[in-house]
Design a protein around this ligand. Structure first.
Ligand code: ZN
Length: 475
């Protein structure tokens, strides 16, 4: 969680910064903001890669395989002596890769372990940061005011000051310098622990915790069904839909550009893989970048909608019940069906039909919506999130509680075989989810009275929060 701001310009006050020796051995100094920012990014990346080079990959047969052929074991101190361009680097900048590298590495290992356990593709281990392919970034610890101090200049502008000093042998242009990063802010900056600069995108983010949302008790309780046809359906009948036309237009553009990339690979006469390996054309690079940006744009549109929606929900509801769905399970591939007549051949197994569903499922990313609800409700003590067992929520009639697969007439229509109750299938499911949530609230409360805000747990999650919607006669 962080607050992101835009960098407007950078200037340097005090001494000219010693940024290393030139090839002919003369010292180089600079007071150019742009140059200094590039220097900080370079130093940070160098240190990061040195730390990364010490990592080992443990193979399945328990053999260790080093990530680099010559791991860099130097400490910051020796590095400052041996590399002239590190010498004047502020300590809070050059030390910060340690934690960043560590977190990134071990979270990737944990993620790969989980993926393996769930029979998914493991995903890549993180590698070195590339000057060419990655954004130019650096981090600086705030460390309770040790460095990277921020002050507001006026309503929309502020300055972050990164201070440092030149090494003893290079003080002919002064000792102490201050790199002043001028930023544009739109809201007050909260307490932070570090800053992170992305110099490629000219952004600066403060690492801090988000604010709790303003919440007025309204007594409103909602069940929410997250789905494919509608991104979210509330138990009161309101639906949230993704801007389908907008997203489809982006999809068409992506396909068009991907075709262009294919044509370029084909024209070279090589296989796609070989073409990419041998170095692609300028035009291909351009298309690839455009596709990347289009995907990012699509994601931004969805995330923005979800953020606004969940904030609205948490602000206006006292209780929100959602299904404890697992996307990974639902989007799993269909089992291959071997053809008994032909050796090595397979019968259609419905995978291609499922692929479309998988794709739209991942696009609507119910897990993102739930994750947002989760952290927002945790921060807001007056709003409770309850995860209910998803079993039978879409098959149970909300009126008479009759449960049958036949009740679900089609994707959109619910038609009870017992009482004839007819409703939109998603709204029916959302109402069942709400009921399961309310049932859980009553059971945790121990009495039938309306739960008060004091005895409601913050975000109920995990095994204890899961309540079944399964009707009595099926148990
Ligand atoms: Zn019914």
């Amino acid at each position: 969680m962080s607050q992101q701001t835009v960098i407007e310009r950078v200037d340097v006050q005090g001494a000219a910064v010693y940024i290393g020796d030139r090839d002919d051995g003369t010292s180089e100094y600079s007071t150019n903001g742009e140059r200094i920012m590039g220097w900080l990014c370079d130093g940070w990346r160098y240190r990061f890669n040195a730390l990364r080079s010490r990592r080992y990959i443990i193979n399945s047969d328990r053999t260790h395989h080093p990530l680099s052929t010559n791991p860099d074991e130097r400490s910051v101190k020796t590095m400052r002596v041996e590399c002239s361009w590190i010498a004047a680097m502020p300590a809070m900048v050059i030390q910060s890769p340690e934690r960043v590298e560590n977190t990134q590495w071990f979270s990737a290992i944990a993620r790969r372990k989980t993926n393996l356990a769930h029979h998914r593709r493991m995903g890549r281990l993180p590698s070195f940061i590339s000057r060419k392919h990655n954004d130019q970034t650096f981090a600086c610890w705030h460390n309770k005011g040790a460095n990277a101090n921020y002050h507001q200049v006026n309503r929309n502008h502020g300055i972050v000051e990164v201070k440092g000093q030149n090494p003893k042998e290079h003080r002919e242009h002064g000792t102490r310098f201050t790199i002043r990063i001028h930023i544009r802010v739109s809201q007050p900056i909260r307490d932070y622990t570090a800053i992170r600069v992305n110099w490629t995108r000219r952004t600066l983010s403060f690492t801090n915790t988000p604010l709790p949302l303003q919440h007025e008790p309204t007594g409103r309780k909602l069940g929410i069904d997250v789905g494919v046809a509608h991104a979210a359906t509330q138990s009161d009948g309101i639906m949230l839909d993704l801007p389908k036309h907008k997203l489809d237009r982006i999809d068409r553009e992506i396909r068009r550009r991907q075709k262009a990339m294919n044509r370029k690979a084909q024209a070279s006469g090589k296989s796609r893989k070989q073409y990419v390996k041998d170095g692609v054309s300028k035009r291909y690079q351009h298309e690839r970048e455009q596709v990347r940006q289009l995907y990012a744009k699509k994601k931004r549109i969805i995330t923005d909608l979800y953020q606004k929606y969940t904030t609205h929900l948490v602000k206006t509801c006292d209780m929100i019940a959602v299904e404890a769905l697992r996307t990974a399970n639902m989007t799993r591939r269909c089992k291959p069906k071997p053809d008994p007549q032909h050796e090595g051949a397979y019968l259609p197994n419905g995978q291609s039909a499922k692929r479309k569903l998988n794709r739209s499922m991942l696009e609507a990313s119910p897990s993102t919506l739930r994750a947002m609800l989760e952290y927002k409700t945790t921060l807001t003590p007056d709003c409770t999130l309850i995860e209910v067992n998803p079993a039978y929520t879409s098959q149970t009639c909300n009126q008479c509680k009759h449960t049958a697969a036949a009740n679900r007439e089609s994707q959109a229509v619910f038609h009870c075989q017992n009482c004839g109750h007819m409703e939109n299938a998603d709204i029916n499911a959302a109402r069942n989810i709400l009921e399961a949530g309310l049932k859980h609230l009553r059971s945790t409360d121990g009495a039938s009275h309306e739960p008060t805000t004091q005895d409601m747990p913050p975000a109920s999650r995990g095994r204890h929060a899961v309540v079944s919607c399964k009707p009595q006669h099926l148990v």
